[in-house]
Design a protein around this ligand. Sequence first.
Ligand code: FPP
Length: 244
Amino acid sequence: MATDEQKVTPGTGPRHVACIMDGNGRWATSRGRPRLFGHHMGARRVKEIVRACPDHGVKYLTIFAFSTENWKRTQSEVAGLMKLFRRYIQREARDLLAEGVRVRFIGDRVRLDDKLVRLMDELELLTSRNDRVHLTIALNYGGRDELGRATKRLAAEVAAGRLSPADVDETTLARFLDTHFLPDPDLVIRTSGEARISNFLLWQSAYAEYEFIDTLWPDFTKAEFARVLGGFGARDRRFGAVTA
Ligand code: FPP
């Protein structure tokens, strides 16, 4: 539980927080351990952060677990990550269900192995009635890839005569994105000192606030999460307008 001074005043905190969980590899290497060990410790933090969300009024948490570019890593790291995702789903499903977490995945499932996709589908179905926290896991996700796939589906609708080009606007395109069920993120947090967005939620983050912090993801505690959320209330979000 967050202490009173760490808690965000309801209504002032971000409702949707997105996290680029960076720094697992460096965290492990600096300890003389294999990179996969860092990913395992990173997965523990995921659990801690998800659990902290209701304390701060965070209804939606979206995490970047594997990007469309991450396939360029060594085969053993990719295989280790895929195994970690499978085990995470198998091990955490019961707690996620009991804790009111609704889990959904975004990203292109085509390249993922069948067993992982089956587990993803099952977890989505299992938790589909939950509404306490909405956890969205981006797996084989890239913002440009998502926009490309969305545009392809939209173009097919137009070609089939079900959609008129005159009716295509921002709202229409957003309906074809993987994130069609999500509000836009209010705050994007990236750990590990890198100030990049790395193809994450490109469309959806148009008006998000960004917080780049030096901490490596496996060291990102719920106390630091609370501190970052606390700072959000002080920001002046104008969405392109002028403050009165
Ligand atoms: C980036 O750190 C992290 C990843 C590519 C994987 C993120 C995965 C987890 C946190 C594992 C758990 C996730 C779930 C959903 C169970 P990096 O490897 O790029 O670190 P580096 O920049 O220090 O090399």
